[in-house]
Design a protein around this ligand. Sequence first.
Ligand code: AMP
Length: 389
Amino acid sequence: MATIGECMPVVPTDPAAVADLAAKLDADLVVVAPDDPLVAGVVDAVQAAGIRAFGPNAAAAKLEGSKAWMKDVLVAAGVPTARYATFTAGQETAADAFLETLPGLYVVKTDGLAAGKGVVVTQSIAQARDAVRAYLSGAAFGDAGRTCVIEEGLTGPEVSVFALCDGRRAQVIAAAQDHKRAFDGDQGPNTGGMGAYSPVPFVGSDVVDGMMERVVLPTLAELERRGAPFRGALYCGLMLTPEGTKVLEYNVRFGDPETQVLVPRFTSDLFVHLSESAAGALATPIELSDASCVGVVLAAAGYPPAPDRKGDVITGLDLAAAHEGVVVFHSGTGHDDRGQLVTNGGRVLTVTAVGSDVAAARTRAYAAAAEITWPGVHYRHDIGAQALS
Ligand code: AMP
């Protein structure tokens, strides 16, 4: 961000502080990107100061802030989703009974935000029972887990579809596919995402169009009925099951790494779209190039699950960024006291490249990624491979 604009210190989850800063800067548009500030009501505060803010207000951000509420909205809207029930502390026995009704794959989720770590998917009912107890007691995730959602496990390929919404209307942007597991071949622990690509060749325009009628518009109508009309980016996490497409979850924002492979494909002006969404007046059609984009996440040694190493000097970034079609996004980077670019743990960089198809984009992304090194850097080598097979 610092290469394209001035960065200012502010506590991002403090609604009044962000609104004050926006007023001081005489901002035209405030884009509230992450989940915590959205749930905390930063959009509400900025709007109250008379400034346009992109993203849902706190009432609509509850769609991501409470999984129990989200599931309730999905069912009320008639959107296909996994069968579920919600439990709170003291209901462990009832939770066990519900688990018994599920066919062999058990999913236990915290109701509240848990930095992407509050989901257990297991074939072991004993492990599911243990997770329920660890969540409901508060031992695992504090208050975020004292209410939990248990779901039947679904199977099939996962894809994400993004829609831009203005409260009532929506435009589907595109589909992307993330790679959640840490290592090649979908092995190893779950992560925040090790890479993504867009578009997804096996998600036809019929799926994308159907999303509008069966998922996005019914959800918007239900949220409006509840007095929480949704403006902003709606990220639909989908599973293509043998019984059809089902919604696993919503995020109320442009999540990473998928957004990093969507943004390079925009040929229309992103500012115009965000501004129209914030004003409740979507009008300009979104236009994307036909190019494919592949993004490879470069992670720090030990990620996940260790809090991992920080402070390793990153080299080769300029060489990578000079490759044709390449944009490198920073996530876990910082500067040391000598001003050198260093790792700050976790997922450090995403190297993205556009190309005429997924194969061409992959070749470019991996060639650029190979220029970048630090001690212990690791990444998956099969991002986008599913699209080729
Ligand atoms: P969530 O935070 O709800 O998206 O869950 C994180 C990940 O858990 C998803 O990307 C899926 O891989 C997996 N997951 C969530 N719900 C289910 C489900 N009902 N069946 C199978 N896998 C699931």
